[in-house]
Design a protein around this ligand. Structure first.
Ligand code: SP5
Ligand code: ZN
Length: 342
């Protein structure tokens, strides 16, 4: 399987992640990529390929123009306003607000376009997010060009980014753009299968009212886990999208047995839906030792999960999302790819 990867991910490395009332070194850090790259080499995968430039045309169809402009300019505006540190949202949009105006002050804009203040923007964040999207787009192009599957080794991840908000370490929703590109390329129906431990609230948001893109996700119960305010089982889609959103919610301590049952449930739905292409939001934070998650998958379980996903038989782009037990992130990620290709 070909892997697409950009070294420009390094341009995004905030000093701080707000956690437990302190700033810690972010869980989502550049070193994550090194473990995956070295495991790919060890297992004899072909050398990674650098993508071309990101193409924002497909992204503009599903993302808010003001949001894209904000991401591009936030750092400069923040600095121009005399802010000393990294861009961090201090407030949260409130309930029962009577308007949806975009603030003029950068502080307010950041709060408007952010949904989780653990995530900082730095000088290189926009370029890194673009390079991540570029890898996803190159993988999609490979599959559209006839490859059975391709791996987009994306960093920063994307599945928490909505059409107009960043957060959860995510800025541009790579998986959603890939799904949209498959639609533009003629696939009548596309499925996004999200196996990251956290609910892909961004992807759900983007496709919630659409019947042509199925979103199916297995994740920690939002009552107990980030993103807290989305991902419940009764979120099934709206309007034309009714029935095209499937949330499989599992509690603390869930092991591979029930997790694999949920996976099979998602797979059955993807088949029934009649998807012609598949996008996998591939997070490996369901792993038992992940520092911010509470499932108990072991490394060999990822091999089995990959096999089940591969047997769906669809043209597939696997897009990297989370995974923070960084010593094992390589093994776990590559296990999914190897299982897939079995
Ligand atoms: C892509 C992805 O996996 N994003 C995850 C974002 C999680 N954000 C919230 C992190 C909360 C960490 N809480 C620390 C508790 C440690 N015991
Ligand atoms: Zn995650």
């Amino acid at each position: 399987m070909r892997t697409f990867f950009s070294e420009d991910h390094r341009l995004h490395f905030p000093k701080g992640e707000l956690s437990g009332g302190r700033f810690i070194t972010p869980h989502e850090r550049p070193a994550r990529m090194e473990f995956i790259l070295s495991r790919l080499r060890e297992r004899g995968f072909p050398p990674v390929e650098a993508p071309g430039e990101a193409d924002l045309t497909p992204a503009r169809r599903i993302l808010d123009e003001g949001f894209l402009h904000f991401l591009e300019t936030a750092w400069d505006e923040w600095k121009a306003a005399g802010m000393e540190g990294e861009v961090i949202a201090a407030g949260m949009p409130t309930r029962r607000q009577r308007h949806d105006r975009i603030p003029r002050h950068i502080d307010g804009k950041v709060e408007y376009y952010c949904h989780a203040s653990e995530t900082a923007i730095t000088r290189g964040t926009w370029q890194a997010a673009l390079s991540s999207l570029a890898s996803a787009q190159a993988a999609q192009a490979a599959v559209a060009g006839g490859e059975r599957a391709a791996f987009a080794l994306c960093r920063p991840p994307g599945h928490h980014a909505t059409r107009d908000q960043y957060g959860g370490y995510c800025f541009l929703n790579n998986a959603a753009v890939v799904a949209e590109m498959f639609r533009m390329g003629g696939a009548a129906r596309v499925a996004v299968l999200d196996i990251d431990f956290h609910h892909g609230n961004g992807t759900q948001d983007i496709f919630y009212r659409r019947g042509d893109v199925l979103f199916a996700s297995i994740h920690g119960d939002p009552l107990d886990a980030y993103p807290y305010f989305a991902g419940f089982a009764d979120e099934t889609g709206e309007g034309e999208g009714e029935g095209a959103n499937l949330n499989c919610v599992l509690g603390p301590g869930t092991g591979y047995g029930p997790w694999a049952e949920a996976l099979d449930h998602c797979i059955a739905r993807i088949r029934d839906f009649g998807a012609e292409a598949l996008v996998v939001s591939l997070g490996v934070d369901a792993y038992k030792n992940d520092p911010i998650s509470f499932f108990r998958l072991d490394s060999p379980d990822f091999l089995d999960a990959g096999r089940r996903i591969g047997r769906i038989g669809l043209p597939t782009v696997l897009v990297m999302e989370g995974g923070y037990a960084i010593e094992q992130i390589g093994v776990n990620t590559v296990n999914v790819l190897e299982g897939f290709a079995d």
